[in-house]
Ligand binder design. Structure first.
Ligand code: SF4
Length: 374
C-alpha cells in the first residue's frame, strides 16, 4: 500500500537494493557489498527516475547519485558532518519556535531572507547531500513532536489542517512579522515539494498575510525526480493586479539538477507547467566527479535547461560533507570547465561557479576568488 508521501509524489519509492539490482539487471552480490554504507546513510530512489537510468551500468550518471558506495565509509580530512555549520547557526536563529533552542526550523543568514526547513522528506536520497547527517531535523510546518523520522511527517500531514495552523504559523513567523527587512522566504528541506498541495497552499496563504514578504523561493529536486508531482492542483501564482503589483507574492523555484540525462520529455513538460503557473525558474547544479565534470556534459545540461525555460543560476563546488569525498572535483578543474563552457554557451546559460564557506555572509564567487577556502 503506497505511503502518503508516495501518493503526494505520484510514484513508488525503492528502498531495497535487491529490488534495484533486479530492476537494473545489476549483480545480486552488489546489494550485500553495500549493506554497511546503506546502514549508515539510507537508500531511497523514486521509481519514476528509473526510466532515465541505463540498464546494467554502474557508471550511469543518474544512478551514481543515489547508489550507496563503500567509499562513503572512508574518513577524509576536511570532510565533516555539518560542512556549513548549520547546527551552530541554529543557535542564533531569531525565532521563538516551539522547538528546543538551538534546534530551530528557521535559519536567517541574511538580513532580508529567512530559510525554513519545511520538510525532512526527499524524493530520493542523494549520496552527496550536505544535510545528510542533520536528518531528522525539527520541521515546519509539522513540528518535531509529531515527526520522528525522515519520511514520517507525511503520515501526520492528514491532520495538519485540523491543527490550529494559524496560531502555529504566527509563532514560527513571529520574528519575520516584526522585522520589516525580511522580504523573502526560502522553503528548503529536505524538499518542500514533498508537502501536499493543501499544505503548500495553506502555507502560501499565510505568508501572503505578511505584507513585507514579496517573494517565496522553493528549492526542489522534485520536478526532476518526480515530474508528475506538478499535477493539476499544484499551487499557481496569483493573477497580477497591474494597479497593485507590489501586493503580489512572486513564486520562484530553483530546480536542483546535476546531469543532462535527468531531463526527459516528462521533466520538460513539468517545467513548462510551472512556467505556465507563473513561477520564475532557475537552476542549481553541484559539480560532481564522474557525473558532470566534463565540458560536454555541462554544456548539454545547461543547453537543455535553457531550452526548458530555466535559467542556469549556480554551479556549486561540493560541500565537504563526511562520506562524499569521492564526488569532489578540484576548484582548479572547476575553473577550467567554467572557461570552456563560457566559450560554448550564451551568457545567460552560464551559471555562477560558487562555494559556501561557513561564516561568510554570502556564497563565494570562485571566478572572483579562486583561492577561497575554509
Ligand atoms: S534532494 Fe536535496 S536535501 Fe534531499 S537528499 Fe538530495 S540533496 Fe539532500
Amino acid at each position: 500500500m503506497p505511503s502518503r508521501l508516495e501518493k503526494t509524489l505520484h510514484t513508488r519509492f525503492i528502498t531495497d537494493l535487491n529490488e534495484l539490482c533486479e530492476r537494473l539487471n545489476l549483480s545480486k552480490e552488489l546489494s550485500s557489498s553495500l549493506k554497511e554504507a546503506t546502514n549508515k546513510y539510507s537508500f531511497l530512489i523514486p521509481e519514476s527516475l528509473l526510466d532515465r537510468v541505463k540498464i546494467n551500468d554502474l557508471n550511469d550518471p543518474v544512478l551514481k547519485q543515489f547508489l550507496p558506495s563503500p567509499q562513503e565509509l572512508e574518513k577524509k580530512e576536511g570532510f565533516v558532518r555539518d560542512p556549513l555549520s548549520e547546527s551552530s547557526a541554529d543557535e542564533n536563529a531569531p525565532v521563538d519556535a516551539p522547538f528546543p533552542k538551538g534546534n530551530s526550523c528557521l535559519l536567517q543568514k541574511y538580513a532580508n531572507r529567512v530559510l525554513i526547513i519545511s520538510s525532512n522528506a526527499c524524493a530520493g536520497h542523494c549520496r552527496f547531500c550536505f544535510r545528510r547527517n542533520l536528518h531528522p531535523r525539527p520541521l515546519f510546518p509539522i513540528p518535531q513532536e509529531f515527526s520522528s523520522n525522515r519520511n514520517e511527517e507525511a503520515n501526520n500531514a492528514a491532520n495538519f489542517r485540523e491543527k490550529d495552523s494559524s496560531a502555529y504559523f504566527d509563532q514560527v513567523f513571529r520574528s519575520v512579522r516584526i522585522n520589516p527587512n525580511v522580504n523573502e522566504v526560502i522553503l528548503s528541506g529536505g524538499d518542500p515539494l514533498t508537502l501536499s498541495n493543501d499544505q503548500l497552499k495553506t502555507l502560501l496563504d499565510y505568508i501572503k498575510t505578511i505584507r513585507t514578504v514579496k517573494r517565496v523561493r522553493f528549492h526542489s529536486r522534485v520536478p526532476i525526480l518526480v515530474p508528475d508531482r506538478i499535477d493539476d492542483d499544484f499551487p499557481a501564482c496569483e493573477d497580477v493586479d497591474p494597479s497593485n503589483y507590489g501586493a503580489m507574492l512572486v513564486l520562484h523555484l530553483v530546480v536542483h539538477v546535476n546531469s543532462p540525462n535527468e531531463i526527459n520529455n516528462r521533466v520538460a513538460k513539468a517545467l513548462l507547467e510551472l512556467r505556465k503557473r507563473g513561477y520564475v525558474l532557475t537552476s542549481q547544479t553541484t559539480l560532481l566527479k564522474g557525473i558532470n565534470d566534463t565540458r560536454d556534459t555541462l554544456v548539454e545540461l545547461f543547453e537543455k535547461l535553457a531550452n526548458c525555460g530555466v535559467v542556469p543560476y549556480y554551479l556549486h563546488q561540493l560541500d565537504r560533507v563526511q562520506g562524499a569525498a569521492h564526488f569532489e572535483t578540484t576548484v582548479k578543474k572547476g575553473l577550467q570547465l567554467m572557461k570552456q563552457i563560457s566559450e560554448r554557451l550564451p551568457g545567460y546559460a552560464v551559471p555562477k561557479y560558487v562555494r559556501e564557506i561557513p561564516g561568510r555572509k554570502s556564497k563565494v564567487n570562485l571566478l572572483a576568488e579562486p583561492d577561497a577556502d575554509f
